[in-house]
Design a protein around this ligand. Structure first.
Ligand code: DC
Length: 636
């Protein structure tokens, strides 16, 4: 068992450690703070925007302006929906907000941090807190990690997940960049991203603390005169300049800034055209014709802003509003629709939510997060030179890279898993053959029929008619099905109960066949099946494995036999178990199930184009087994 060290207990490090431990490694996570996830606690204003609902990898990458393509392979292993499933599975219900941002329903980031800790504990990874790593050396092979106070650790493999250099108070002091450099890696210069912006205009300080909601902003480049960023939402004036969600987002679209190069333009009344705004002002003025101008804007603007706008409009503050001319009103409208603030600089790195720059992605294998320079060294999280816009993308990147590093660490091939897909009608001998072949090859055998059987069983137990698609689909929200492996033997869990025996009851077969024809059921089980195949070398059997579930499987087999031979085998099997059945009944049921499985609208049983047909009617068990092992050796 390899000894794995993980440095850093943020989201990337925690998921990396738990994933590696679940996959069988002996894992120790070292965190400098007294608890994990300190920075996580303050993200999303303490609510933790845990991911984005974005379901498509390419759309996700569009939100990652720096080195987005680097994430492609990782995202295909661990995507947004995997993050959601992870936390919901850990008992944290989630909700979607504006911009597809996902938050815990409780609005508490501590729920996310607690769930990560629970996941970590369950995995068996050891957690060492209050321990600051001072030095990391490569001992070829293996690593030595020295900590403050003189303690040292030896590991076969090491995952660096120390985070960025932003929000230093939370422990993100950027030590990891030094470790990476000392191990020979290039660090792309760091600069702040998702950071407030300074302005030389004293009006900002004057309006300090004022938050504007529903404003439209654009940032214009002095030379091109074009907006480099436009957005709508909330912003804030501060003693140094501007901040708040739209400003932080804007900052990640600008890589460098020299004073005076960019100007922020705020449309304070984006819902109104200039004409409509002028009419609105006239209406306000006509209600109070003898008021001084400086006292007339209370309904239009927050009080802190009034003196600033009055100053900018150029109108005498004490002029009576009924004497204000059309030209003066036009100047007022302009200062409301185009309130400009020159921008001078980003705030310093330690105020940034995200650090841009980091370990050069060219030196990291995107499939595994392993260093291309130092074997056994892996990177995860913000340390890597990848960054994204706000909206949950950056945390997802931490989870994706953490998971990828953790799952790859036990895999010496550093490549994708080998998948064997075996489809075919019931009774062709799939499961007996599959078990024997898996054992010989050291593969995990995944019997997907068991999943459909578990749902069929749930329906039978709860009086849900299995041919009532609406009722069955609705019941799925109460169902959780999963596999566990005990001594290499697959067990099927239905809402936490091991139902591996009960699903073999004869009445469950037809129920399983019925529920398997329901699209919602197939969709419900799809990701679970794919996930196992991503993580392990699997031999998976079913009806749609080569066609739908694992279309990229390296070896696909369509295993069949004549209906009579299959019925005879099943009949023998059942009588050997002491069951009283008639051959005719077995044959009839088999033909009925065949028909149903191959004529349903969704994922009907059929041979994939690139599957090898193995007709076992005239073959012995050993012949079939040898044939499949031979096919595997040819593809390996
Ligand atoms: O292989 P089995 O007899 O345990 O499968 C039970 C039912 O589930 C079978 O009638 C077809 C269905 N099934 C399916 O539709 N797709 C799969 N991948 C596996 C089984």
């Amino acid at each position: 068992m390899s000894k794995v060290g993980v440095i850093g207990g943020g989201p990337a490090g925690c998921l990396a450690a738990a994933t590696a431990a679940f996959a069988g490694a002996d894992v120790t996570l070292i965190e400098r703070n007294g608890r994990i996830g300190r920075k996580l606690l303050i993200t999303g204003k303490g609510r933790c925007n845990v991911t984005n609902a974005c379901p498509d990898i390419n759309d996700f990458i569009d939100n990652v302006p720096v080195n987005g393509r680097f994430l492609f392979s990782g995202l295909s292993k661990f995507m947004t929906y995997d993050t959601m499933a992870l936390f919901e599975g850990l008992g944290v219900p989630l909700k979607t907000e504006r911009g597809d941002r996902i938050f815990p329903v409780s609005d508490k980031s501590s729920d996310i941090a607690d769930a990560l800790l629970a996941h970590l504990k369950k995995s068996g990874a050891k957690l060492v807190t209050d321990t600051r790593v001072t030095d990391v050396t490569f001992e070829n092979p293996g690593f030595r990690v020295a900590c403050e106070g003189g303690r040292t650790y030896s590991f076969d493999k090491l995952i660096l997940a120390t985070g960025g250099a932003s929000y230093r108070a939370t422990g993100s002091t950027g030590d990891g960049y030094g470790f990476a450099e000392s191990l020979g890696h290039t660090v792309v210069p760091l600069f702040p991203s998702l950071v407030p912006i300074e302005s030389s205009d004293p009006c900002c300080r004057e309006m300090m603390g004022l938050s504007l909601k529903n404003v439209a902003v654009s940032i214009c480049d002095k030379d091109s005169k074009k907006p480099v960023y436009t957005d709508f939402g909330e912003m804030l004036f501060t003693h140094f300049g501007v901040s708040g969600p739209v400003i932080l987002s804007a900052s990640s679209h600008i890589r460098t800034m020299s004073p005076g190069q960019y100007t922020l333009s705020i449309d304070l009344k984006p819902a109104l055209t200039e004409e409509q705004l002028d009419a609105r002002i006239l209406r306000d003025f006509s209600k109070q014709p003898n008021r001084d101008f400086c006292n007339s804007l209370g309904e239009l603007l927050p009080s802190k802003m009034i003196p600033v706008i009055v100053g900018r409009s150029g109108i005498d503050p004490h002029k009576k509003v009924n004497q204000i001319t059309r030209e003066e009103r036009s100047a007022l409208v302009s200062s409301l629709k185009d309130f400009t603030v020159p921008l001078t600089n980003f705030r310093p790195l330690n105020e940034a939510i995200i650090t841009s720059g980091g370990v050069d992605t060219k030196e990291i294998d995107p499939k595994t997060m392993e260093s291309k320079l130092v074997p056994g060294l892996y990177f995860a999280g913000e340390l890597i030179d990848v960054d994204a816009y706000t909206g949950g993308f950056n945390l997802q990147i931490a989870f994706t890279t953490g998971y990828t590093a953790g799952i790859s660490i036990n895999d010496n091939r550093g490549d994708r898993m080998f998948n064997i897909a075996i489809d075919g009608p019931g009774g062709a001998g799939k499961s007996t053959i599959s078990k024997a072949v898996s054992k010989e090859l050291g593969f995990i055998y995944v019997d997907t029929g068991a999943l459909y059987r578990a749902i069929g069983l749930y329906c039978l137990r709860n009086g849900i008619k299995t041919d009532d698609a609406d009722k069955v689909s609705a019941a799925l929200s109460e169902v959780s099905v999963d596999f566990t492996y005990i001594d290499g033997e697959q067990r099927v869990m239905l809402n936490g109960e091991d139902v591996s025996t009960d699903i073999r009851l004869p009445e469950v077969s037809m129920a399983a066949s019925n529920v398997s024809a329901i699209p919602a059921v197939r969709k419900f089980l799809l990701e679970l099946q794919r996930k196992i195949a991503r993580e392990k070398d699997v031999l998976m059997d079913g009806r749609d494995i080569g066609t739908v579930i694992l279309p990229d499987a390296q070896l696909k087999i369509f295993l069949t036999a004549s209906a009579e031979v299959r019925a005879k085998r099943r009949f023998d099997e059942l009588t050997a178990k002491g069951k009283e059945v008639s051959y005719d009944d077995v044959l009839r049921e088999l033909i009925e199930r065949d028909y149903q499985d191959s004529h349903r609208e969704i994922a009907p049983l059929r041979q994939a184009d690139d599957a090898v047909l193995v007709d076992t009617s005239d073959m012995t068990f050993d012949e079939v087994k040898e044939r499949i092992i031979q096919l595997y050796k040819e593809r390996k």
